[in-house]
Structure formats: C-alpha cells, structure tokens
Write a protein of this length. Structure first.
Length: 85
C-alpha cells in the first residue's frame, strides 16, 4: 500500500477576500480545519503551509505546520516548504 501525505497551502495574501481564507467560518469550523478533517480521512501526514506571520486557528496536534521562508514567493514556495517539512 502506498503512503500518501497531504499539503494544504494557506499562505496567500487574501487581497480580494480581505481576510485569511484559512480562518473563514464554514459551518461549525474554519475553512482550513474542514479541509484538514476531510483530507485526513484519506491521507497522513498532513502539512499546513502558512505565511511567515499568518495566524492559524487551533489545529490538531497531528498536523505539521510549516512556514514560507519569505513573503510573496507564491504557491511553489509553499509546496517546497510543505515537502521539506
């Protein structure tokens, strides 16, 4: 059986939204916690990549949190940091 992990990129600037998409409410949870809950049903480990100074909601202890190495580097930077975590 293949071991698969998941990387959730949530380090964008959210210029159009005006607030972090990761912390937006989605029912009884935030967007990022919902994504992690659903993704966690099929893959492990789970990695969240956030901006350097981005606040995240409380996440399960099993989730690995990685940070971009710098601001404005785009999603490939987030993917790199997630794979390196």
């Amino acid at each position: 059986m293949m071991n698969l992990g998941g990387i959730v990129l949530c380090g964008g600037q959210s210029c159009r939204m005006g607030a972090s998409k990761a912390t937006l409410p989605f029912g009884d949870e935030t967007m990022v916690t919902r994504v992690l809950r659903l993704l966690g049903e099929v893959v492990r480990p789970l990695v969240v990549v956030a901006s350097v100074d981005q606040e995240l909601p409380l996440l399960p202890e099993t989730v690995i949190v990685a940070r971009d190495r710098g601001a404005g580097r785009g999603p490939l930077e987030g993917l790199y940091c997630g794979l390196a975590a």
